[in-house]
Ligand binder design. Structure first.
Ligand code: ANZ
Length: 957
């Protein structure tokens, strides 16, 4: 019967699995699961506590990176990861685990806010509408989420705890000796009793309240500071380094970003640099992501070295202290505070014209150069451009190893925010210094012997010689010589010499900066911070949390000019005077007092820093999370010494921001004793992207992919030939396909199977709507193997399967089990397909045990049809909690064939071997056989003829 004529098919096969049948089954089971609480994961205690037998099982906590509820809704690319974790979670449920799987919403965000700015509509209204839309889209996919545990980060009873965590961080300091965070009260106690000296040398008692607050601000893990920040007038907010692109623009919106001094909240993540680095080793994460985090943290071992100047010193940070003898000039960052100090009134006698930049005095040159540097971002400044700019300060410093006077420059390739903001330049062995030295006609001195044939006269070189694995030359002073040493030994020797002389020391430097934590926006968590009349910041007591977002008239940051760095932000919250100016009793013994609220809000990253914990104990209003519950789902265990989520699936774009911040918060909460797991996510997996074909007309504009006709490998839109390329899926490229459309045409089970079958989960793959039908056919054949399409009766036979079928079944079970465990869903589907096809081909009624196993095998992938067939097969309980089939090893091993071994043409032995055995292997086995050895009786061998797997013929010498 033709499948291309559905009307005819329906008459002849009224019980065929069709889209309409799928729709009916799917809706029915989704309702059932919801009413039944099928996916509810019991907790060991609390209001979600459940069956103690279930809790006693091993646990699996399986998570997706939760979505931002975009107003545009989901296209078929979005649920790839959600389906994958769902399949995995279902498999884990069927293999004896208590599985926690749910999904919340990361709902503070700029898009809803930008919309609010433009329309005046409250971002909560649009956000909640988007959440509801997304929820119904996701429900259609049959995801087995424990919905009791879902929430959005904008829910006040969620952000109460985000604010509470902020208060904990604010009220902590990092103890470098114990290497952990401690309550700030302990630091105060140490200052009070004199156990720890107060910076500045005065006694704690003698300090005013404001002075004490300043001292503590230097220690708190959350602190306000006036540091230069990335100010993006176009968005009306400051941004974290992580949110600025390589060309110095905002990642969102692509507005220019400037450096500006603004009072901002920061998180002292740098205190955790070492631990963030070290603990990566214990995590089961893709190496590429670990590497990105390592690079972001950027640990560099090197030395600080003092270069004397006018009775003082300029301290540099270098990772190549072994090249000190090759330092022929110095460079300070243009903003370096010592620049003015050493800049003389006039150019020294004979100053080279190229050094002065044509300016009459050093002060003028410096001022002009600074203005120029301020307009560039750090990233632009560090770009590997060949032409380096800079200007001489008129000052000279002394190279401490050889007493040489070397000129001091300012140049923008040296950044104030890294190391000490000053470098010794070794042009022979550093590319940037080399380019600079050539531009400014500075001497280049070789101190590391080149391994190529350029020789040691650096004046003739075309580029720097960079090597960590060569011999040091030209490096001897009065009481130290590095000549002949390798790089590592030279570093050790010179570092020891510097320390002995008191002019330097070995040190470790990190690229990681503190995390800029405030935004001048409306749609974020308000800070639980108020300022008293002295301007001192106080955290709100827990009883005043959540501090809810106030209503405001206008959501926009102050009108701004996106291209003007000199505009400064006015936050939307600051315009609600009634909210800002309050009289509060903070419960600190000072009674009711007037305070002014902090009017910045937290960055979007805040809400995703701890959401895994809320899933565990979502309705707890007394505690962040109950310790017993946290311990049960997240605590350290064998193979997971730092605890954490068992599987976390999401896109690779979150390598540093979210994943670094969440790790940091976990560590603080762990140090303070609120949780038992110092790491949030034990195993991380990055799914690939679903790409889609983009069709462009002759002008290059995308045309709707759904309207394309294909003829002989060419593509046409309204008769015009168009070009096809692979790109992202989305509205703007007119190629978005919605999950609803596919569900309507084939059903959610087909969509799930197709997405999982497209390729290995971590690889990007192009969507092809025409290929979806392949999985639909698989489900139709599966259905036919159990149900009579004409009568709707179950057709399975109460008979024992034959040997071939048993082998096909157990091989499939064995393979599918391994594949699902290893997240190889595409190959699992191939194995199910193979078994299903085998059953179809036999033509006979499928034996009941085989049909049941087949249904169980496919249940994690296509849960609705599996649930339906399971009931049809006479079961009364849900397929969700059945045991996954276990392969019988007897049927998994390959069948054997009999191999005849002849010696001098006579059969001497018969061997049972694998049909896949190789000639070499078979020859070895044959020659080792007892009977063959006996037949040869010590005679040598002239020739062995092997015809694997059936015959071996041995000709003795
Ligand atoms: C002398 C030298 C010789 C250097 C040589 C390198 C090669 P990483 O590995 O990234 O830590 N540097 C130090 N502070 C800097 C700053 N604020 N802005 C720009 N560059 C800075 O890099 C450390 C190296 O980068 C340091 O070692 C310093 O140059 C430069 F053959 O010192 B080096």
């Amino acid at each position: 019967m033709s499948e291309t004529n559905p009307a005819a098919a329906e008459v002849a096969a009224p019980h065929r699995y069709t889209a309409a049948v799928a729709a009916e089954i799917e809706a029915r089971w989704q309702d059932f699961w919801e009413a039944d609480g099928t996916y509810a994961a019991p907790n060991p205690k609390g209001d979600l506590a459940g069956d103690p037998g279930l809790v006693a099982k091993p646990k699996k906590f399986i998570m997706d990176m939760f979505p931002y509820p975009s107003g545009a809704g989901l296209h078929v690319g979005h649920p790839l990861g959600y389906i994958a974790t769902d399949v995995f979670a279902r498999f884990q449920r069927m293999t004896g685990h208590n599985v926690l799987h749910t999904l919340g919403f990361d709902a503070f965000g700029l898009p809803a806010e930008q919309h609010a700015v433009q329309t005046g509509e409250h971002p909560r209204v649009t956000t909640e509408a988007a959440i509801n839309n997304m929820k119904s889209q996701l429900r259609r996919l049959g995801l087995g989420h424990d919905k009791r545990r879902s929430f959005a980060t904008i829910d006040p009873d969620y952000y109460k705890w985000t604010q509470w965590i902020f208060v904990q961080i604010f009220n902590s300091w990092y103890d470098d000796v114990a290497k952990k965070a401690r309550p700030i009260s302990e630091l105060v106690a140490r200052f009070e009793c004199g156990e720890r000296a107060v910076p500045g040398g005065r006694s704690w008692d003698a300090l005013s309240a404001a002075e004490r607050a300043d001292v503590l601000g230097e220690y708190r893990l959350a602190y306000a500071s006036d540091a230069p920040v990335n100010w993006c007038p176009g968005l009306g907010t400051v941004l974290a380094n992580e949110e600025v692109t390589a060309d110095g623009r905002s990642e969102r919106g692509n507005f220019p970003v400037f450096k500006a001094k603004l009072r901002q909240w920061n998180m002292r993540i740098t205190a955790y640099a070492d631990r963030l680095l070290d603990d990566l080793n214990e995590l089961d994460w893709p190496e590429a992501i670990k590497l990105q985090q390592r690079n972001w943290i950027g640990r560099s071992e090197g030395a600080r070295v003092d270069f004397p100047i006018d009775g003082e010193a300029i301290t540099v940070f270098t990772t190549r202290q072994d090249t000190l003898f090759g330092a022929t000039y110095m460079v300070l960052a243009p903003e370096h505070p010592l620049v003015e100090k050493f800049t003389p009134a006039a150019w020294p006698e004979g100053t080279h014209d190229v050094w002065t930049g044509g300016h009459a005095t050093p002060a003028e040159a410096v001022a002009a150069y600074r203005a120029q540097a301020a307009s560039k971002s750090d990233v632009e400044r560090q770009a590997e451009a060949k032409d380096k700019t800079g200007v001489f300060t008129g000052a000279f410093a002394t190279n401490p190893v050889n007493g040489e006077q070397i000129p001091v420059f300012i140049a923008d390739y040296v950044l104030m925010g890294y190391g000490t903001g000053a470098i010794m330049a070794v042009p022979a062995h550093d590319t940037r210094d080399f380019a600079f030295a050539r531009a400014f006609e500075l001497p280049v001195r070789c101190v590391v012997e080149p391994s190529d044939d350029r020789g040691t006269d650096a004046s003739t070189w075309d580029d720097a010689f960079v090597s960590y694995d060569a011999k040091i030359v030209n490096s001897h002073g009065e009481d130290v010589s590095l000549d002949g040493l390798g790089v590592t030994d030279a570093k050790a020797r010179i570092t020891e010499w510097l320390a002995r002389k008191g002019i330097g020391e070995g040190t470790v430097n990190f690229r990681l900066r503190d995390w800029l934590f405030s935004r001048q926006r409306y749609w974020g968590e308000p800070f639980p911070i108020v300022y008293d009349e002295d301007g001192i910041a106080h955290s709100l007591p827990e009883s005043m949390l959540p501090l809810e977002l106030p209503e405001v008239e206008d959501y926009s940051p102050r009108t701004f000019d996106p291209d003007d760095a000199d505009t400064s932000p006015e936050t939307p919250l600051s315009r609600n005077q009634d909210w800002v100016d309050v009289t509060l009793d903070l419960g600190d013994g000072r009674g009711p007092r007037p305070y002014r609220r902090e009017t910045n809000t937290m960055p979007n990253w805040a809400g995703s820093c701890w959401y895994e914990l809320r899933y565990l104990d979502p309705h707890n209003s007394e505690k962040l999370v109950d310790p017993e519950i946290e311990q049960y789902w997240m605590g350290p265990r064998a193979g997971q010494p730092h605890g954490g989520v068992d599987l976390y699936v999401g896109g690779a774009e979150h390598a540093v921001l979210h994943l670094l911040y969440a790790r940091f918060w976990s560590k603080v909460l762990y140090d303070l004793g609120h949780i038992s797991s110092p790491e949030p996510f034990h195993k991380l997996y990055n799914q690939g992207m679903i790409q889609a074909f983009v069709y462009r007309d002759s002008r290059g504009f995308p045309v709707p992919a759904a309207e394309i006709e294909e003829r002989d490998g060419a593509f046409f839109h309204n008769g015009e030939q168009v070009k096809r390329e692979l790109g992202k899926m989305g509205k703007s490229l007119k190629n978005a396909v919605t999950p609803e459309a596919i569900c309507e045409e084939y059903g959610a089970d087909t969509l799930r199977l197709y997405e999982m079958a497209m390729g290995p989960l971590d690889v990007s793959r192009p969507w092809d709507t025409r290929a979806v039908v392949g999985q639909y056919r698989l489900l139709q054949r599966l259905w036919r193997n159990v149900v009579d399409e004409a009568t709707g009766e179950v057709t399975v036979a109460d008979a024992e399967p034959d040997e071939t079928t048993l082998r096909a079944l157990h091989k499939a079970i064995d393979g599918v089990r391994q594949d699902l465990e290893g997240l190889r869903f595409n190959t699992a589907i191939a194995k199910v397909t193979e078994l299903n096809n085998h059953l179809t081909k036999t033509g006979a009624a499928v034996p009941r045990p085989v049909a049941e196993s087949l249904v169980l095998l496919i249940a994690p992938l296509a849960p609705h049809i599996a649930e339906e067939l399971w009931r049809k097969l006479g079961h009364t309980d849900s397929v969700v909690h059945q045991d996954f089939p276990v392969a019988d090893p007897r049927y998994v091993v390959d069948e054997t064939v009999t191999c005849v071994v002849q010696v001098k043409g006579k059969v001497k032995a018969r061997l049972e071997v694998s049909p896949a055995i190789s000639d070499d292997e078979l020859e070895k086995v044959a020659l080792a056989d007892e009977k063959v050895v006996a037949a040869l009786d010590g005679a040598g061998i002239r020739k062995v003829i092997v015809r694997a797997p059936k015959l071996v013929n041995i000709v003795p010498a």
